[in-house]
Each structure stands twice: as structure tokens, then as C-alpha cells.
Write a protein of this length. Structure first.
Ligand code: ADP
Ligand code: MG
Length: 420
């Protein structure tokens, strides 16, 4: 076997070529907003590569034909969800069955089912791992998988491979999977960057707009509402009363929108001061307790008082961002429940944890949090989170969100502690 034989290069081409079409589809998906396509896309690309590789095997010893199908298989399983992973595995086994050679088929079943189990176990770490670790993991997986197959082959048949040829085969698989992993990661990064860019641009437009209007609009709204409420008490026909009711409701909604971003839109930049975190959290809890009570929600507050728990920031902005987050927590539990608010310390940071037992969010929804106008509520503004995110980031903080659909959501906000 030559290191760069035509067949091997063709196999590698069959893996890289479909991957190259990925950015085109991502772009299409972005332009036409086809979410479903993106989810299945990677599975289909892996399937195409697998079939192409299987149809063009190369000889590594007399009568021993192998190919690089394990590369798209491993990558496919690493990047698609569990259900699609199962489809991919079944697909590979079915195609393999029709190729013939029942002994080889059983060997494929053992190896690839084994690999699928291993990959499913480590996938959770893989998704979150940095690029270098990802390369290491995929490289290692391909080597382990080949050893598996080789072990099986040497038990069933009496293949006698030249060690040098064997080394070549390992090397080609290893380099192949590294290149393919790099490809995928770069493509993914590019498409995420594009989405972030669009998001940032939208955000800028909104914040300029907000700064110029929110203060100006607030006072006339309050005045209108006052007069409408007064005239509702007059002796007027019932249908006019109901019109006035609707008008008041609409005014309330308008001031809700402004409330969501009022602090954020303060034209002058907020003063930086040392804020005593425990006091601010308690203050926010006091503000929201009536709302919680009204919705039959129990606020479980666990704010550890500690002398040195100061952060640098703007008091009103901190309050506003916490209010927006806690309000969402309350709104996510229409039938009541518990909402935990907790502060903890891990020097030099303070963490504010807000956990509700509400409807939760999907991964996709979490990734859209902070985007202007993103809302799943009928009367939502989709501004609360945007404001909270930019205020918290502006004060040097970070937000992490974890959630389980139908069960709970946890917002964990982290601030660097101010030096004494
Ligand atoms: P709004 O509350 O007006 O919809 P937000 O920006 O405050 O706008 O929130 C955006 C969306 O994020 C909400 O519509 C909801 O789908 C989701 N969300 C935010 N917080 C939670 C939470 N604690 N539980 C479930 N969904 C949430
Ligand atoms: Mg909200």
C-alpha cells in the first residue's frame, strides 16, 4: 500500500468534499431561516461520505479491502444528536449488509456499535471541549476504532499485515480525521461569527433608539393614564368605559417596554460605585415580593452576608438586570412554585444564582437569549434579557444559563469582587 495511492486520496476527497458544502448550506439556512435543514444536514453529509468511502475501498494487503468510512462515522456521531446518531449507525450497517461478506458484516456490527456506545459516552465532554482537545479526542477515537477492527479481524480470519502498512493506515486515518475536525470547527466558527455580527448590529440600533426615546415618552404616558383613569370614574356609557380600559391596558404595555430598558437607556453613562451586593439583592427581592406573592411563588432567598462583598458597578443597572431576570423566572411559573435566589463566593468572584421551577428553555432558545425582540410570550417585549445581558457585561460580569425544558432554569451571574 502506498501512502498516497489514488484510492486513498479519493477516500479523503470523499470526506472533505461534502464537508465543503456545509458553509453553503449554512448560508442558505441563514438566509431562508430553515432550522430543520441545519439539524439534519450534518447527518446527511456523513451518510454521503460513508457511502462514497465504502464504494471505493483500497487494498491494504492481499485480499484485504479497507476504507476510511470510520472518519465520517465518528465525526457524524460526535456532531449530531443521539437520535440522528442511531439513524447514522443503522444506515451504515444496512449499506454494509448489502455489500455482502457476512463475516465482515458481523465484524462491522461489533466495531461500529461499540464505537457508537463509546462516542455517546464521551460526547458531552466533546461538545464543550476546546479545539485542541477536540482534535485529540477525534484522533484517539479513530485509532481506538481501528484497533478494535483489527483485533476482530485477527480473531476471525488470519490476516497478516505488514506492520509498515498498518502504520500507514493508522497515520492516514489519524491525519484524515484531524483535517476533517478542523474543517468542521472552522466552518462552525464562521457561521457563529456571522450570527453574532448580525446580533451585535441589531443591538446597536436598538440601544441608540432606546436612549433617545425612553425618557421622553415616559412622562406623557403617565399623564395620559392618569386622565384616562379619572374619566373612567365619570358617568359614561359602558362601551366607552371598555374603550378606556383597553387604552389603559395599552398604555401599561407601553410603559412595560420602557421599564424593561429604562436604566439601560439612561443617556448619561452610569456612575461607577462600590455596590454592596447583599443589600442590592435584598432590595430587588423586596421590590419583587408583591409580584411573586400575587403569582403564588415562594421566593427562597439565601443571601450570605459577607463584609467584603462589594463589586464595582452602577446600582440601578444591577437592580434592573436582576429584576428582569427574576421577573422572567416568575413568569415562567404560571401555576406557582419556588424561585431560589442565592449568592455565593469563590474569591475573587461573587455568584448570584437565580433558579426557577418553570417551563425551561431549549438549547436554541438559550442561545438566542439577549437578542433584541426575542420572546416566546404573547405579550412579551423581548427586551428584558437584552438589557440584562448588556448591563451585566458592561459591569464586567458574566451570565451562564442552564435549563431543562419543562423543569427548571438557572441563571448564574458572576461578578469580580471589588478590592478592599
Ligand atoms: P419577555 O420576557 O418580554 O419575553 P425577555 O427578554 O425578558 O422578554 O425574555 C426573552 C425570552 O426568554 C422569554 O420570552 C422566554 O422565552 C425566555 N426566558 C427568559 N427567562 C426564562 C426563564 N426563567 N424560564 C423560561 N424561559 C425564559
Ligand atoms: Mg422578561
Amino acid at each position: 500500500m502506498e501512502l498516497f495511492s489514488k484510492e486513498i486520496l479519493i477516500n479523503i476527497l470523499f470526506i472533505l468534499l461534502p464537508l465543503l458544502s456545509l458553509p453553503i448550506f449554512y448560508l442558505l439556512k441563514y438566509i431562508y431561516q430553515i432550522e430543520k435543514l441545519k439539524d439534519s444536514l450534518f447527518m446527511i453529509i456523513s451518510m454521503v461520505s460513508i457511502v462514497l468511502c465504502m464504494l471505493s475501498p483500497f487494498q491494504i494487503a492481499d485480499g484485504v479491502l479497507w476504507d476510511l468510512r470510520r472518519i465520517p462515522f465518528i465525526l457524524g456521531l460526535l456532531y449530531v444528536d443521539r437520535k440522528k446518531g442511531m439513524i447514522l449507525l443503522s444506515f451504515l450497517l444496512i449499506v454494509r449488509y448489502f455489500i455482502g461478506d457476512i463475516l465482515g458484516f458481523y465484524m462491522t456490527v461489533c466495531t461500529f456499535v461499540g464505537m457508537a456506545i463509546i462516542i455517546n459516552l464521551i460526547k458531552r465532554f466533546y461538545v464543550r471541549a476546546p479545539l485542541v482537545h477536540k482534535l485529540g479526542i477525534s484522533g484517539l477515537l479513530v485509532l481506538v476504532s481501528i484497533q478494535f477492527t483489527f483485533l476482530g479481524a485477527s480473531i476471525i480470519t488470519d490476516v497478516n499485515l505488514d506492520p509498515l502498512v498498518w502504520l500507514h493506515y493508522l497515520l492516514i486515518n489519524f491525519v484524515g480525521i484531524l483535517i476533517a475536525t478542523l474543517f468542521i470547527e472552522v466552518i462552525k466558527m464562521n457561521s457563529e461569527l456571522l450570527e453574532k455580527l448580525v446580533k451585535a448590529e441589531k443591538l446597536e440600533v436598538v440601544s441608540h433608539l432606546a436612549a433617545s426615546i425612553s425618557h421622553e415618552v415616559r412622562n406623557p404616558l403617565t399623564t395620559c393614564k392618569g386622565f384616562l383613569q379619572l374619566s373612567q370614574n365619570e358617568d359614561i356609557p359602558p362601551e366607552v368605559k371598555s374603550y378606556i380600559g383597553t387604552a389603559i391596558q395599552e398604555l401599561d404595555r407601553a410603559s412595560e417596554i420602557i421599564n424593561d430598558y429604562l436604566t439601560f437607556a439612561k443617556p448619561a453613562p452610569g456612575e461607577l460605585e462600590k455596590i454592596f451586593i447583599c443589600k442590592e439583592v435584598q432590595q430587588v427581592v423586596n421590590i419583587l415580593t408583591p409580584l411573586a406573592n400575587m403569582n403564588e411563588i415562594k421566593l427562597l432567598v439565601n443571601v450570605a452576608h459577607r463584609e467584603e462583598s462589594y463589586i464595582w458597578g452602577d446600582r440601578r443597572k444591577l437592580e434592573q438586570s436582576l429584576i428582569n431576570i427574576i421577573k422572567n423566572g416568575i413568569e415562567s411559573m404560571p401555576n406557582g412554585g419556588n424561585l431560589e435566589i442565592q449568592t455565593t463566593y469563590a474569591d475573587p468572584h461573587v455568584f448570584i444564582k437565580i433558579r426557577d421551577e418553570g417551563e425551561g428553555m431549549t438549547q436554541k432558545q438559550i442561545s438566542r437569549l439577549g437578542e433584541p425582540y426575542f420572546t416566546t410570550k404573547e405579550n412579551g417585549t423581548g427586551l428584558g434579557m437584552m438589557v440584562s445581558y448588556s448591563l451585566i457585561k458592561g459591569m464586567g460580569g458574566q451570565i451562564n444559563v442552564d435549563s431543562e425544558v419543562g423543569n427548571w432554569t438557572t441563571f448564574s451571574i458572576e461578578f469580580p469582587l471589588a478590592e478592599q
